[in-house]
Design a protein around this ligand. Structure first.
Ligand code: DOR
Ligand code: ZN
Length: 348
């Protein structure tokens, strides 16, 4: 019997955290081995707020790449209450920046400098709309009185739905969607609205946070949701909607920062990102939708050419190490010490 194999157009990761310095060098090769391009998130300390900072960060990423890879980092700028509208013109002129990331202040890791009042960014949104740059959104309200599992749905009602009507031509990606509410919003929204989905939100529900004890390596933001919500995400990708595409939100943190009295949010999945999506799509009988999701919808949404290379997914299980080196520390990946059903081969 021959091993099942899938030949796919080279995919892109439209939501990726690679950090900086030694951490960058440790994690970048995993993404470069699977993806042709990735949209790099700007939540460094200090955040990547200007085009000049993004270009410098992009150079550091290119320098950290293994010699035999061609991988293109695409950049997003971190919005603050003070981002000037003319930054949009600089960003566009750079040719390397796809858009701006809206972190509601305090919503997640390194979001302290994010936006406190949405009207502060109206001038920059107006200019983005005119110039065709995309707003990437971390869609959660931060009010501590709101139940953590409701923050995405409440953000959509209170902020995103009105914003997408007010700026009716603004291109918007609701990042890492986790709920039926988000699926309904995105699939029913006006043209120019799309969403990314992570592997963990397709594969896991919130029980995974508590299996036999507390599981810090399954903690990310937006937090894992109920099984009903997970199934809504799976059903949505099975439709093959061009509004939904791959964004891993792979977010590395040192083991010590995760296994702590106050552990950081973020799941590292770059070591097996495409393989994990293949498992998720296979489990819902949707492998034929994987190529669109991973390699076509995102490029089309952003107006980028689809990649011309190919990757091969082979259905052969392999064991994920219990940890990877991470500078002076270690990094615990998703599925640490367990098996993954697919592996990737790159066709050059
Ligand atoms: O879990 C998360 N980790 N969610 C985010 O939005 C940020 C990310 C990170 O940078 O660690
Ligand atoms: Zn993220």
């Amino acid at each position: 019997m021959t091993t099942p194999t899938l030949l796919l157009r080279e995919p892109d990761d439209f939501h990726l955290h690679v950090r900086d310095g030694a951490a960058l060098a440790a994690v970048l090769p995993f993404s470069a081995a699977r993806f042709a391009r990735a949209l790099i998130m700007p939540n460094l300390i200090p955040p990547v707020c200007t085009t000049a900072q993004a270009l410098a960060y992009r150079s550091r990423i290119l320098s950290a790449l293994p010699a035999d890879t061609r991988f293109t980092p695409l950049m997003s700028l971190y919005l603050t209450d003070h981002t000037p509208a003319h930054e949009v013109d600089r960003a566009l002129a750079s040719g390397c920046v796809l858009g701006f990331k809206l972190y509601p202040a305090g919503a997640t890791t390194h979001a302290e400098a994010g936006v406190t009042t949405i009207s502060c960014i109206y001038p920059v949104l107006e200019r983005m709309q005119e110039m065709g740059l995309t707003l990437q959104v971390h869609g959660e309200l931060t009010d501590p009185a709101i139940d953590v599992f409701d923050r995405e749905a409440r953000f959509i009602d209170a902020v995103l739905a009105p914003l997408s009507e007010r700026f009716a031509r603004l291109r918007i990606v609701l990042e890492h969607i986790t709920t039926r509410a988000a699926v309904d919003f995105v699939l029913g929204a006006r043209a120019g609205v799309a969403a990314t989905i992570t592997p963990q939100h397709l594969l896991l529900n919130r029980n995974a946070l508590f299996t036999g004890g507390i599981r810090p390596h399954h903690y990310c933001l937006p937090v894992l949701k109920s099984e009903a919500n997970r199934q809504a995400l799976c059903a949505a990708v099975r439709t093959g909607s061009p509004r939904l595409f791959l964004g891993t939100d792979s977010a590395p943190h040192a083991r010590s920062a995760k296994e702590s009295g106050c552990g950081c949010a973020g799941i590292f999945s770059a070591h097996a990102a495409l393989e994990l999506y293949a498992e998720a799509f296979e489990s819902i009988g949707a492998l034929e939708q994987l190529e669109g999701f991973a390699a076509e919808h995102g490029a089309d949404f952003y107006g980028l050419p689809r990649n011309s290379g190919r990757v091969r997914l082979v259905k052969e299980p392999w064991s994920v190490p219990s940890a990877y080196p991470f500078g002076e520390e270690e990094l615990v990946p998703l599925r640490a010490g367990e098996r993954i059903g697919w592996r990737v081969e790159r066709d050059e």
